[in-house]
Design a protein around this ligand. Structure first.
Ligand code: MLT
Length: 267
């Protein structure tokens, strides 16, 4: 897997297939691996790119200092330069990957052909959420990544996934506990200080698909439907029997929705 130098760090990136570039941006605290079901599906007719974001997976370590959504968006733009992707990309992000997607759209809009936002939100953190992130960062720095996995895992999945696909949960658990504690803290600090992009949604001209698991407890489908109403060119799709990790929980249904959206894009 190539490791690419960008903006003073090194990112690990999966780069497969050929065709229009389709960039997958993982959630917190995960890696490119969460997109396996999509990479296998779309590498046949797209150039699929899936980095481990700064500090995550096998990309270079980071200190426990705020890792902002703007920094990640700028890293993605630099990564595209480094791998010679000059045409506008379709960016597909989940949750934190979606927070980064908004920043990519606002800071690098000319490089964006379309946006796919899965299980994410546009609003900033409420004060109690922000305080919870600070507390969790401290706990993880003291006790390790396990301290993030334990409170997070029960909120990530629909009941259907817990009943029928426990192996999916085990895989995500493994990724979380494999994440460096400094990265988890840095991401929590960065997410806590991210701006509210709601007032800027009308500026996003790219066609956008908003995709939500119907049982998402963290970023509810209702909130994503409201985001769709503020975007100039948005489609909203709800995925049955899925929670916050819809692309991992229901890859076939998510891939159908992605394909349908991708097929509508002007060439
Ligand atoms: C994620 O899945 O990326 C996280 O739930 C984002 C967050 O903590 O806000």
């Amino acid at each position: 897997m190539p490791r690419i130098a960008v903006n003073g760090t090194t990112l690990h990136v999966v780069d497969r297939g050929s065709g229009p570039p389709l960039l997958f941006v993982h959630g917190f605290p995960l890696t490119h691996d969460m997109w396996q079901g999509q990479l296998d599906e779309f590498a046949g007719d797209y150039r699929v790119l899936a980095p481990d974001l700064r500090g995550f997976g096998v990309s270079d370590p980071v200190p426990a200092e705020p890792l902002t959504m703007e920094q990640h968006a700028d890293d993605l733009a630099a990564l595209l330069d480094a791998v010679d992707v000059t045409e506008p990309v379709i960016l597909c992000g989940l949750s934190m990957g979606g927070y980064i997607g908004w920043q990519f759209a606002l800071r690098h809009g000319k490089r964006l052909r379309a946006l796919i936002q899965c299980d994410t939100r546009a609003a900033a953190d409420a004060p109690d959420t922000r305080a919870g992130r600070m507390k969790l960062a401290e706990t993880v720095l003291n006790n390790g990544a396990e301290a993030a996995a334990t409170p997070m895992l029960p909120k990530l999945f629909a009941a259907a996934t817990r009943d029928r696909s426990p192996e999916v949960i085990d895989r995500i658990r493994e990724t979380i506990v494999g994440t460096r504690r400094e990265t988890i803290a840095a991401a929590l600090y960065g997410m806590a200080q991210r701006p509210d992009v709601t007032p800027r949604l009308p500026e996003i001209a790219a066609p956008t698909l908003l995709l939500a698991g119907e049982d998402d407890l963290l970023t509810p489908a209702k909130e994503m439907r409201a985001i769709a109403e503020r975007l100039p060119h948005a489609t909203f799709v709800e995925i049955a029997d899925a929670g916050h990790m819809a692309p991992v929980e229901q890859p076939a249904a998510v891939n159908r929705a992605l394909r349908e959206f991708l097929d509508t894009l002007p060439a």
